[in-house]
Design a protein around this ligand. Sequence first.
Ligand code: ADP
Length: 446
Amino acid sequence: MAQFRRVLVANRGEIAVRIIRACRQLGLETLAVFSSADRHSLHVQLADSALCIGPPAAQDSYLNIPALLTAARLGGADAVHPGYGFLAESPAFAEAVCRSGLTFIGPDAAVMARLGDKLCARQTMAGLGLPLIPGSDDAITSMEQAKHLAQKLGYPLIIKASAGGGGRGMKVVSGPTELEQALALTRAEAKAGFGNDSLYLERYLTTPRHIEFQLLCDGKAALCLGSRDCSAQRRHQKLIEEAPAPGLDAAESARISALCEQACVELGYCGVATFEFLYQDRQFFFIEVNTRIQVEHTVTEMVTGMDLLAWQLKLARGEPLPPRSALLPSGHAIECRINAEDPERQLPGTGTVTGLRLPGGPGIRWDSHLYPGYAIPSQYDSLVGKLIAWGEDRDQALSRLQQALAELDIKGIHNNITLQRRLLVSPELAQQMPDIHFVERLLETQ
Ligand code: ADP
């Protein structure tokens, strides 16, 4: 398999910094790319070299495949790490990278295409024995077909765009009178947003938890590194994540992780993968596979002691998986996402960081690209940091995270620290992670 020496980091923000750190651990050189809005970004400062790939709009820079390939050539890179977001799940990008003779740090483009389309993933996983949420077998082709299926499934139900992602391209429908309009609206949004208007239906589960499994695969074998709970969400966007997911049915959870491993082996999958499920009444229901590193990979790292970014690089150069006996998870980890946003109006925040007070102490980790004086551009994702606490058990992890959040202070930009402090002291969360509507419930009762 491919050997490489210099990795182009096709991303920005905290994940670009994280990739650079992992490369350095393995003795690999790094080439950062940046838009003109990111000239002063931390990843540009930390990489061995850096090239500007275009103007601020992501379409013209971080999503611009020809610009990225040109940068790789000019900067002497022989591998590309896509991070998450942007082109991380674009089979066209993975293919273009490989066609240019570079190593793509991620799975094969064909496997990515098969799993990246949510409906296709649903069909694939049904064939591999994973339990699905009752819903469509095929894409919706007519209103008659949709009405018929909706009647069979019952309400509420959820319309999903096959090409959707990141919480976009989904609409909950509470009754038959809304169906026609909701379908038309979601179809139009999917066409405009993803250039693909394929839709399908699923029963809408009312009180599920969001549980996912982290997989590591070398093309021949697969190893499940355990579960995460990501039920603390707002508008389908995750806010708090933890590992392992507390209070799961142990036998069912072992059965599902074995099925995920088997699915990866059948697919000849190489790289990291996340299998996402909804969990209700002690049952798992598959929703999607993510074929890239996820924001919340950190909590799995904290309980397994494994560097998942380093593993992505090692798997891409053909190294085999660690033996199952090397997997010795210990303790509990919880992460909260720190976003630059106005929490009242839910608008992305911009501005300059005028002060930064960081927490510390046993078990505390801060992954971020912020520094005092950094001006946050308005064009990109609002995530500016991830605060993670590890503890010997869940109570200790939670108490450490509460303490760290009390210490964390970011001046000069709107942020969600106050909201996160509120969530983390909620009695509902103290028990175990509640269902996916927990954050909405808490915000309604202010
Ligand atoms: P995305 O790819 O946009 O993240 P997902 O399919 O992973 O979309 O779903 C994101 C979130 O939407 C889930 O974590 C859950 O909160 C909610 N969701 C998705 N499907 C359902 C469903 N059938 N019933 C209830 N909630 C759902």
